[in-house]
Design a protein around this ligand. Structure first.
Ligand SMILES: C[S@@+](CC[C@H](N)C(=O)[O-])C[C@H]1O[C@@H](n2cnc3c(N)ncnc32)[C@H](O)[C@@H]1O
Length: 213
């Protein structure tokens, strides 16, 4: 899953991961983080998720990071926002007062560029990454946000039935990646509607809160 894989997905509009509606588990449980009004939420690997519209609607300030410039242009257009675009090191920075999105590799996003982060919203980000990248990603998120609280949505399913992404992320994997830094709370889970992932694999969507010690 290198950058070309994702750029091709976006150029072919092969984006089955994109949800037209707000994520139901986020809507139900994100408030449980008890963030202050105007808190800063980081959305790694954000695509053009509608969930950003919900976070903005709830009064949060949002920063995203995404490889695909096409996705980010669509995101701002969908929100009827006109960003100021500047170069920031290896990244392009699309900015309005309420929403900033860095276009480029998540591993080029720095703590300095992000500023202080109150919480991370990870939907279809951890699950999009192959096993060998996940540990690096988890460490990077912790480093650039100084271990901010996380709300993480994962899928679990029988990995032998389908190749990822999305990959199946078990509770043991969450423990391995995050239990040195966070208290882990499985908040809720629900069956993926219809015939499951990609319309063929029964799966469970799981919501985790990661609370820093
Ligand atoms: C499965 S999609 C999820 C998008 C979004 N979170 C959502 O819920 O719709 C994963 C996204 O991560 C982006 N991506 C993959 N690798 C990345 C990287 N190294 N840095 C930044 N974005 C990346 C892809 O372009 C893709 O849009």
């Amino acid at each position: 899953m290198d950058a070309d894989y994702w750029h091709k997905k976006w150029s072919q509009n092969d984006i089955g991961f994109h949800q037209d509606d707000f994520n139901a588990l986020m809507v139900k449980h994100f408030g449980g983080l008890d963030l202050r009004d105007g808190a800063h939420v980081f959305v790694p690997l954000c695509g053009k998720t509608r969930d950003i519209a919900w976070l903005l609607q709830e009064g949060f300030r949002v920063t995203g990071a995404e490889l695909s410039q096409t996705a980010v242009e669509d995101l701002f257009a969908d929100l009827s926002l006109t960003p100021v675009v500047t170069q920031d090191g290896a990244l392009l920075r699309f900015a309005t007062p309420e929403l900033v999105v860095f276009v480029g590799d998540i591993f080029d996003v720095t703590q300095h560029a992000l500023g202080a982060v109150d919480a991370i919203y990870d939907r279809a980000a951890l699950v999009a990454l192959p096993a060998d990248v996940r540990a690096r990603y988890a460490k990077h998120l912790i480093a650039v946000t100084e271990g901010a609280t996380q709300f993480v949505l994962t899928f679990t399913y029988d990995q032998t039935t389908m190749n990822g992404p999305p990959f199946s992320i078990t509770a043991d994997m969450i423990v391995d990646l995050y239990d040195q830094h966070y208290a882990l709370k499985l908040v809720d889970e629900r069956a993926v509607p219809g015939k499951g992932l990609k319309g063929r694999t029964p799966a469970t969507e799981v919501a985790w809160e990661l609370l820093p010690f």
